[in-house]
Ligand binder design. Structure first.
Ligand SMILES: [Zn+2]
Ligand SMILES: [Zn+2]
Length: 435
């Protein structure tokens, strides 16, 4: 009897886990996403032509707030400087789902002849620069506005609440300012009503159009900033024996740091990266300077490994400096955590993604050493983040449309795919979690 009950319970659980919205509702939602394509493109092009830098998304935020209000939902604005939160309550009770899109552009001068190319200029770190949506956040906003429009239209079929989170400063707040996902959480975006789960996506210009890509657990790396200052003793370049040469010591430190990943990290567990991207010291060929500075970036996928790498960097730099009679000051600033897809949630939601794009088009991929501040949400609630392929197949491009470059480009057909994916995840999750 007990066995039968247990068996029945398991079957019920399996059925609940597989519960998705009815085929009729699915078909209606998919059709509405398709019908929305001209608007999605129009919105994306508007944002593309009017990009704003991190924490300066003033016009962008105002427009989004206005658009969400027009859909009749409760709108909180501004949140975390220029962010917007729209709250859509479904007709039936159920979970609270957070959907996030980032809003900021980058200090990049666009290089193409598209009619909606950005002509915006701004000042970044004291330098005159063009401003461009060179990471695809214009597309993310358009997609989330599309999801908001479709779900509002189908409010009577929704079991639960959706929070539409438009987040500023994903690329990092200007020096001395707070911003991004961290600030949104600090200002209470995950409370009232309390968010149960978060979904987010990123367009990927180098991933084929029509596919989506994801993986359970660590999808994107944590990022830490590394700063090392080596202090030695200056001398005439002709008499190095009178000096403690900080340039030679820095070179030894850079080589020493290479062995942390290659020789001291268990790479079968997870990948790690230490890159020194800048080295400054000295002013003239025959003057040995007193000090040299290095800046670098550290990427890991595992909290213990991250801690270990930090300790080894400090020991390696300080001991190498000491061996030469110099000193090394090591500063490490922890920036973004790992973008970590909750394993159970990923397993639960993968079928929805597969249904939205076709099973063969939903790919499980290797981890990516870039980072995302969506990771801050995932530290607080289970979250699922995935990539939507946006490679512009038909365009004759002069260069790879790599993110953060003047040649960045997406195929706008990815917008509908993004909408369909987020709508499927949201509605399926609601139907799985409510009775
Ligand atoms: Zn970016
Ligand atoms: Zn981005």
């Amino acid at each position: 009897m007990k066995k039968i009950l247990l068996c029945g319970g398991l079957i019920l659980q399996a059925l609940m886990l597989r519960a998705q919205v009815s085929p009729a509702l699915q078909a209606r939602l998919d059709q509405q996403a398709k019908d929305l394509e001209p608007k999605l493109i129009e919105w994306r092009r508007h944002f593309h032509e009017n990009p704003e830098l991190s924490n300066r998304e003033v016009k962008t935020g105002a427009r989004i707030a206005e658009q969400l209000r027009a859909l009749g939902m409760e709108v909180q604005y501004p949140v975390a400087k220029t962010g917007v939160v729209g709250i859509l309550k479904g007709a039936k009770p159920g979970p609270v789902i957070g959907l996030r899109a980032d809003m900021d552009a980058l200090p990049v001068t666009e290089r193409n002849s598209l009619p909606f190319a950005s002509k915006v200029k701004s000042n970044f770190n004291g330098m005159e620069t063009g401003v461009m949506h060179a990471c695809g956040h214009d597309g993310h906003m358009s997609i989330l506005l599309g999801v908001a429009e479709i779900l509002s239209k189908n409010k009577n079929d929704l079991k639960g609440t959706v929070k539409f989170i438009f987040q500023p400063a994903e690329e990092g707040a200007p020096p001395g300012e707070e911003g991004g996902a961290y600030l949104m959480i600090k200002e209470g975006v995950l409370e009232n009503p309390k968010v149960d789960v978060m979904f987010g996506l990123h367009l990927q210009s180098l991933v084929p159009l029509g596919t989506v890509a994801y993986k359970p657990e660590g999808l994107m790396a944590s990022v830490d900033n590394l700063n090392i200052k080596v202090k030695g003793r200056g001398a005439h370049g002709a008499t190095p024996w009178d000096s403690v040469d900080p340039i030679v010591v820095s070179s030894q430190i850079i080589l020493g740091l290479q062995t942390i990943v290659s020789r001291q990290t268990e790479l079968t567990k997870a990948a790690a990266v230490i890159t020194v991207g800048s080295l400054h010291g000295g002013i003239r060929r025959n003057i040995i300077p007193e000090e040299a500075t290095m800046e670098g970036t550290i990427r890991t996928f595992d909290a213990n490994m991250q801690k270990m790498v930090h300790e080894k960097i400090k020991t390696t730099a300080m001991r190498i400096a000491e061996s030469a009679g110099a000193t090394a000051e090591v500063g490490i600033d922890i920036l973004y955590p790992v973008t970590y897809n909750d394993a159970a949630l990923t397993k639960q939601m993968a079928p929805s993604l597969e249904r939205a794009v076709g099973k063969a088009n939903a790919k499980v991929i290797a981890p990516v050493t870039m980072a995302e501040d969506f990771s801050f949400f995932q530290q607080k609630v289970p979250g699922f983040f995935f990539f939507v392929g946006a490679y512009p197949v038909d365009m004759k491009l002069n260069a790879q449309p790599t993110h953060h470059t003047a040649d960045f480009m997406i195929d706008e057909r990815c917008l509908v795919i993004g909408v369909k994916s987020l709508v499927a995840l949201t509605t399926d999750y609601m139907y799985q979690k409510s009775k």
